[in-house]
Design a protein around this ligand. Structure first.
Ligand code: BMP
Length: 229
């Protein structure tokens, strides 16, 4: 089984967030490329409670706090992110390059953190402002030597456009399959490297079984779209 999905660990309200994340990590570790932790997981408990869970994890561990600030402050956040064991972090590219992403990129390199920049989003509102600047954001991603970009599975034309502009050197991470309506496998078939999946797996009754089934669906779809079947 090829590892092509990243699990978004966003605990819903009224659960014990630490227990919820720990359960899902142990069920899915080994099946997936990595895990992404966002604000719902950390606003109440902070990062300390999760450190133990991911201590020896060797896959992608992404801090998704969508940093969007001046470079010096984002760099301070990057130091903290690194100190809690993450190996990748997501920032917004709309803050621009000068004194923002340039500094964060340098800090990421110094710390050995993978920098992932949001260049388009999966919700409708992305068309109102963000998508009109896609080319600018892609230029920032290339200039900053970003490891990856986030682009939406809900608009695969955007993924194709991103891939045609950034070539093979930058990873495309794509949310929007499952709970947000896009078909499993559709992002990878259109040029993404990973599909980010949250609720359709993390909310399932049998999490491991659901993940295995979804991965199989993606693999089959990708075989067909790549003409291997
Ligand atoms: P879900 O599969 O439950 O819809 O989760 C998608 C995940 O991807 C969430 O963690 C969300 O924050 C993230 N995400 C997104 O949905 N759209 C984007 O454009 C960027 C994201 O990071």
């Amino acid at each position: 089984m090829v590892k092509i999905i990243i699990i978004a660990l966003d605990p819903p309200p009224n659960v014990d967030e630490v227990e919820w994340i720990e359960n899902r990590f142990y069920e899915l570790n080994g099946l997936v490329s990595g895990f992404k932790i966002g604000l719902p997981a950390v606003l109440k408990n902070g990062l300390e409670s999760y450190k133990r869970i991911f201590k020896d994890y060797k896959g992608l561990l992404i801090a998704d706090f969508k940093l969007a600030d001046i470079g010096d402050i984002m760099s301070m956040s990057a130091e903290i992110i690194k100190s809690y064991g993450f190996n990748a972090m997501i920032a917004h590219s709309f803050v621009g390059y000068s004194n923002a992403i340039d500094k964060l990129s340098k800090k990421a390199k110094d710390l050995g953190l993978k920098l992932i920049l949001v260049v388009s989003m999966s919700h409708e509102g992305s068309k109102e402002y963000i998508d009109g600047h896609l080319n600018d954001f892609l230029q920032i991603a290339v200039k900053a030597n970003a490891w990856g970009v986030v682009a939406p599975a809900t608009r695969v034309d955007v993924i194709r456009n991103v891939r045609s502009k950034v070539g093979k050197d930058i990873k495309i991470l794509s949310p929007g399959v499952g709970a947000q309506g896009a078909d499993f496998g559709s992002a990878i078939c259109n040029g993404a490297d990973y599909e980010i999946i949250g609720r359709s797996i993390t909310g399932a009754e049998n999490i491991k079984e659901k993940a295995t089934q979804i991965i199989k669906t993606i693999e089959e779809r990708v075989k067909i779209c790549r003409g291997l079947q």
